[in-house]
Design a protein around this ligand. Structure first.
Ligand code: FNR
Length: 378
């Protein structure tokens, strides 16, 4: 396919769906139970209306911003997502190269199908990454990974995911047990080796790829015990991922300076079905504990389909916005170039939105540019 003929993220997903294996598609597409949270993620931004200001100069448009004092050229990033090589052999390294082209940040999954060393191998000067941690029951495994991450200076923070101590019940993924039962690629953590990107013959993915990947993941994490443990094993700033209530965001904000940011996320709807989309949590924080925004950065992910979605989240106080499946489907549609096309589309749409709102820069965006009444609760 001519990637330039794909005009939006739906076009990309359609092409990827035809190209990747059924098993990969099911794993990427799947979400918990009835996909209520996933569907809400994908529709909630559409209910928020924009309030453009006319008759203002919008000749220039600068989409750059900062995350934790690091400059990024676009206000969106690629979420940590497992097993990119199920979509294309370019894998997470291909995503890294696409991010490099656009000056975007990438968060590397604990369950990536390539090692962190391979993924950052060709990173450009100034390119930044985070590494996402699922704490393992065997803490020594996680400690060893954290030690490896400490040797890679382009990895700037640790993203600790907390919304999926167990995976949600993902039936699309589970049904695919019946066709080609083996997990075709081992995650870097499972393999424990620095170079494994081959097949994993022993792993029968009963319950789906999700269940297989989560074997060994710890369920006993707590504010009290896990943060001190983590402080012992990394000097990098911590970003907590998967917050879904203002109470938890407030609690996180009490743990500065170790915690520098939170990611409001329901894991793309893949954990607890009917958990709220990030926008609801963002609105709750604005209402009940807006001081959180002064203490830590608030990032969001889930359901981003358009540049307008990204801008709306920024208007509500998000510092940056993650895309998960879109990057994987980009990879499926055309490898590294497919991911580049996804980032190109999102950047162009974001620029158009900012200019049509009557702005030139990210830090001019604010609540005055949106009407979110339709999604406000209570
Ligand atoms: C994920 N996500 C995820 N999150 C995480 O912290 N560690 C991980 O390994 C994974 N793996 C993963 C695999 C796949 C296939 C998907 C789709 C998602 C969740 C991800 O980081 C993010 O929260 C959501 O994907 C965002 O929603 P959208 O953009 O996919 O709608």
């Amino acid at each position: 396919v001519d990637l330039q003929s794909l005009l939006n993220l739906d076009d990309i997903e359609e092409v990827a769906t035809k190209k990747i294996s059924k098993k990969a598609w099911a794993y990427y597409y799947s979400a918990g139970d009835d996909l209520i949270s996933k569907t809400l993620n994908n529709t909630v931004y559409r209910q928020i209306l924009l309030r453009p200001q006319i008759f203002v100069d919008c000749t220039r448009c600068d989409t750059s911003t900062t995350v934790l004092d690091h400059k990024i050229n676009v206000p969106f990033y690629v979420c940590p997502a497992a097993m990119a090589r199920l979509a294309h052999t370019d894998g997470e390294h291909g995503i890294a190269q696409a991010c490099s082209t656009f000056g975007a940040m990438q968060l590397i999954s604990n369950n990536a199908s390539m090692t962190p060393e391979q993924i950052v191998a060709d990173a450009k000067q100034g390119q930044i990454f985070g590494w996402q941690l699922y704490v393992q029951n065997d803490r020594a495994k996680s400690e060893a990974m954290l030690a490896r991450i400490a040797t890679l200076p382009m990895i700037k923070f640790i993203v600790l995911t907390l919304d999926a101590p167990v995976p949600g019940k993902r039936e699309h993924d589970e049904r695919m047990n019946n066709i080609g039962a083996n997990l075709p690629i081992k995650s870097a953590v499972q393999s424990g080796s620095a170079s494994n990107t081959g097949t994993n013959p022993e792993a029968k993915s009963l319950g789906g790829i999700g269940q297989t990947l989560f074997a060994g993941t710890a369920c006993d994490l707590t504010w009290k015990t896990t943060l001190p443990w983590l402080a012992k094993h990394t000097k990098l700033p911590i970003v907590l991922k998967g917050l879904q209530t203002h109470e938890d965001a407030y609690l996180a904000s009490l743990h500065t300076p170790q915690i520098k940011a939170v990611i409001l996320s329901n894991h793309g709807g893949r954990a607890l079905d009917t958990a709220p989309p990030a926008v609801h949590t963002l609105l709750e924080i604005r209402k009940y504990c807006p001081e959180v925004f002064d203490r830590i950065e608030v990032w969001v992910d889930g359901g981003i389909r358009r540049g307008t979605d990204i801008v709306k989240a920024l208007c509500l106080g998000a510092k940056c916005v993650g895309v998960g499946r879109a990057a994987l489907f980009g990879l499926g549609a055309g490898g590294k170039q497919g991911v580049e096309r996804v980032l190109e589309i999102l950047k162009a749409e974001t620029e158009t939105c900012i200019r049509l709102l009557g702005c030139e820069k990210i830090d001019e965006l604010g609540p005055q540019h949106i009407n979110s009444r339709a999604v406000e609760r209570e």
